[in-house]
Ligand binder design. Structure first.
Ligand code: FAD
Length: 324
């Protein structure tokens, strides 16, 4: 099985979900792992890719892709896949991955099948079966692709980012993709992180606040705890709808799906739509004054009490522990 991993970049850096996808490919027993870069001015990315534990890197260097364009990127990536000979394509289920993977699959026509947001793989009769949560995480669909080309997006943070260095650096193969002006149907003009903070979808630790925080003026308490942990801050939809926090921080069915090592839910009741976005977190801690709050059915550690007493005390303790 030859697996090709699409390398997504942000500001010229290969993103963590792409490195995780390499680990996924290894865990599937690939006979060959390749990587693909589709971007403009790719030399810095190619340099990083030379340090990745893959056999070959296929590069489409296209000046018109200085910013992401989904149709054009999908078409160029399709050509890179054909050149590589890979039949399984994996990319992180990031905003871009979710956009690009189905468009790429369309190019394979009836020879391509796509499974989004995969959380694990098994094999059945020697064939891959991908697990994809459905109904807001209440059930799992186990999906087998029965055609030649498989396209998967894998949920960030469930596999470790590959840090292995190759015994021999990968071969770099340039692909001259045929792109016409009409392929640039739309164009991202810029991607900016809100306030330059850690992206909640990629963070290893998340401290999320809900309506129990009582208002945006108290968010400094949450940010202090997040700072002590080196965590990103998240939010429930109630808080985002109230305009207390930006939508980029929303966790849940209509926000981001996260799987950090540690998720701390502060003043969040645990509605099913919130749980849909964070229930695959490895360790879950909740602080809530209501001992019957549904979030407590899911947690590893629950603290029943008032946020405004607990948060400052907890922050102090974490700071002390991390200082050692
Ligand atoms: P609440 O439910 O009001 O909970 C606040 C909690 O804070 C309570 O449990 C309370 O006991 C506790 N509290 C209050 N004061 C204190 C204090 N001083 N100390 C300690 N604890 C305190 N929600 C999401 O989060 N993400 C989504 O993506 C999402 N998508 C949705 C999609 C649809 C189609 C629908 C219908 C809903 C969606 N929701 C989503 C909304 C969801 O149903 C809930 O309304 C929302 O999650 C509630 O947010 P909350 O927990 O912050 O607020």
């Amino acid at each position: 099985m030859h697996i090709l991993v699409y390398l997504e970049e942000r500001n010229g850096q290969i993103r963590k979900p792409s490195l995780e996808a390499i680990t996924t490919a290894k865990s599937l027993g690939a006979t060959k792992i390749s990587a693909a870069i589709v971007a403009a001015s790719t030399s810095a990315m190619v340099e990083q890719a030379r340090g990745l534990d893959v056999a070959e890197v296929f590069v489409v260097d296209e000046p018109r892709l200085a910013e992401y364009s989904s149709h054009a990127t999908a078409k160029a990536l399709y050509q890179a896949v054909l050149k590589s000979g890979a039949e399984v394509i994996i990319m992180g289920a990031t905003g871009r991955g979710k956009d690009l993977a189905p468009r790429l699959t369309v190019y394979f026509n009836a020879d391509g099948g796509y499974v989004p947001d995969v959380t694990s793989f098994t094999t059945e009769d020697g064939k891959l079966v991908a697990t994809h949560p459905i109904y807001a995480g209440k059930a799992n669909a186990h999906i087998r692709v029965n055609v030649k080309y498989h396209v998967y997006t894998t949920r960030p943070n469930l596999w470790k980012a590959s840090k292995d260095t190759p015994a021999t650096p990968p071969t770099v193969t340039n692909v001259s993709a045929t792109l016409e002006d009409k392929d640039f149907v739309e164009h991202t003009t810029a991607v900016t992180l809100s306030q330059g903070k850690l992206d909640v979808a990629e963070a290893d630790i998340i401290v999320s606040g809900g309506r129990g925080m009582k208002g945006p003026e108290h968010w400094n308490l949450l940010e202090d705890l997040a700072g002590a942990f080196g965590a990103a801050t998240g939010a429930s939809r109630a808080v985002v709808d109230a305009g207390w926090r930006p939508h980029s921080e929303q966790v849940g069915q209509t926000g981001k799906t996260v799987s950090p090592s540690l998720y701390v839910a502060v003043g969040i009741s645990g509605a099913v739509q919130h749980l849909a976005g964070m229930s695959s977190s490895k360790t879950i801690v909740a602080i809530n004054k209501d001992p019957n709050a549904p979030i407590f059915n899911l947690v590893d550690y629950g603290i029943v009490g008032d946020i405004f007493e607990i948060l400052p005390a907890l922050t102090e303790e974490i700071k002390k522990i991390r200082a050692h």
